[in-house]
Design a protein around this ligand. Structure first.
Ligand code: ADP
Length: 154
């Protein structure tokens, strides 16, 4: 049976840090679903369509990766796609503190689903989507932090 994992996030935008985590996950799993969580109460800078188009552009020949949006619980999304694993990326201890109660709560909601933490490589661990959005909003260039940024900003 194929080993599937869901990598959920808002990816507003999808950075080189996220890319680093996906590349590690592709070494561990047969198939990765990048799940773009749509939260009706949370507005994003980049539209859902742009984020999907951008992420897909990074993996044009990778048939082991899908990009799908979802609303509702991540654990329900995992069940729907027969994934027993959720991937989360850790940059530092603050991420660990934030992620731990989420993964523990998910374990109660869906005991069969395991959260796997992958640590980002040092050169990507400072990258934050929040800062990149601020740079973009102020007219700065985000290419250093985002591969194929032209797709997002066109
Ligand atoms: P969310 O809104 O769910 O926190 P994000 O798009 O901000 O979604 O992040 C998705 C996942 O990627 C989270 O697990 C986050 O910790 C991780 N992540 C974000 N930036 C980086 C980075 N630079 N390196 C590694 N992991 C990262």
């Amino acid at each position: 049976m194929k080993k599937m994992a869901v990598y959920p996030g808002s990816f507003d935008p999808f950075t080189k840090g996220h890319e680093n985590i996906v590349n590690k996950a592709l070494d561990l799993f047969d198939e990765i679903i990048i799940g773009i969580g749509v939260n009706t109460t949370k507005s994003t800078l980049f539209t859902l369509e742009k984020r999907i188009e951008h992420i897909k552009s990074l993996y044009p020949n990778q048939d082991r990766l899908k990009v799908i949006s979802y609303s509702g619980l991540t654990s329900d999304f995992c069940k729907q796609h027969h994934s027993k694993y959720i991937i989360r990326g850790l940059r530092n201890g603050k991420d660990f503190d934030y992620e731990t109660p989420i993964s523990q709560t998910n374990k109660i909601l869906a005991p069969d689903i395991e959260t796997i933490y992958l640590t980002s490589d040092l050169e990507y661990s400072y990258i934050q989507s929040t800062i990149i959005r601020e740079i973009h909003k102020s007219g700065g260039i985000i290419d250093t932090f985002v591969t194929n940024a032209h797709i997002l900003v066109k």
